[in-house]
Design a protein around this ligand. Structure first.
Ligand code: SF4
Length: 238
């Protein structure tokens, strides 16, 4: 089915800035940001990040506090700490053969970098790609990756796929089906995640007395390397 995807992608593919580079670092940043943040929010942040820290050496030379500050608003802040640590490893010793040795890089992200930066014939399977494979009953080649990302994001949607405009419809056994609502993401409002985010925002503005803060959230952020506690104050790591 790859041959059906290519012409569709030529016409309908999204213009995403990380598609114009083969730099593994730039791809890594995009992948880490996209793990839990929507494409539209990631684009300006990715551009600003690469302008500020264009290489792993530049990022490795930043302090953790600078990196955590720059990540604010993207959510799931421990990704920033892992990305910084990964940059330190690469700046010191180069890219490892096994990319999963890098902090915060699992098999999916490793495959995404191998595909997009090195052009290796591996297909990283995220939820969108898995959904299309399952519905069509087809395996796709590594070269179909960007088209699959876009098809999953704009046509083969989780609940109500837009089969009428799908380039694979002719040969898809699931054409016209509807699906149950996906499980909702747990509520952010009132959650522990929200408490952590609120506390980190405060500490990002200036160090705070530990006695005034939510102790559980302080402990959790400290375990993730996002804050340090010293002399009764909670601050960003330097
Ligand atoms: S025909 Fe429908 S279900 Fe099949 S791949 Fe296309 S959008 Fe998805």
């Amino acid at each position: 089915m790859d041959e059906l995807l290519h012409p569709w992608f030529e016409e309908h593919g999204r213009d995403l800035p990380w598609r114009k580079t083969r730099d593994p670092y730039a791809i890594l940043v995009s992948e880490v940001m996209l793990q839990q943040t929507q494409v539209g929010r990631v684009i300006p942040r990715w551009l600003a990040w690469l302008e500020r820290w264009p290489t792993t050496a530049a990022l490795a030379a930043a302090t953790p506090a600078e990196v955590i500050r720059a990540w604010q608003g993207l959510g799931y802040n421990r990704r920033a700490v892992s990305l910084h640590r990964a940059a330190e490893v690469v700046a010191a010793a180069g890219w490892p053969d096994d990319l999963t040795e890098l902090p915060g890089v699992g098999p999916y992200t490793a495959a995404a970098i191998r595909n997009q930066a090195y052009g290796e014939p591996v297909l990283p399977v995220d939820t969108n790609v898995a959904r299309i494979q399952e519905r069509t009953g087809q395996d796709f080649g590594a070269g179909a990756l960007q088209a699959l990302f876009d098809l999953g994001a704009t046509v083969c949607l989780a609940r109500i796929p837009r089969c009428g405009v799908c380039p694979l419809a002719e040969r898809c056994p699931s054409r016209g089906r509807r699906y149950d609502p996906a499980r909702k993401q747990s509520r952010f409002e009132g959650s522990f995640r929200q408490r952590r985010a609120a506390l980190l925002r405060l500490v990002t503005a200036e160090p705070q007395p530990v006695a005034d803060l939510d102790v559980e959230a302080v402990d959790s952020l400290s375990r993730d390397g996002l804050v340090v506690v010293a002399d009764g104050l909670v601050a960003l790591p330097v």
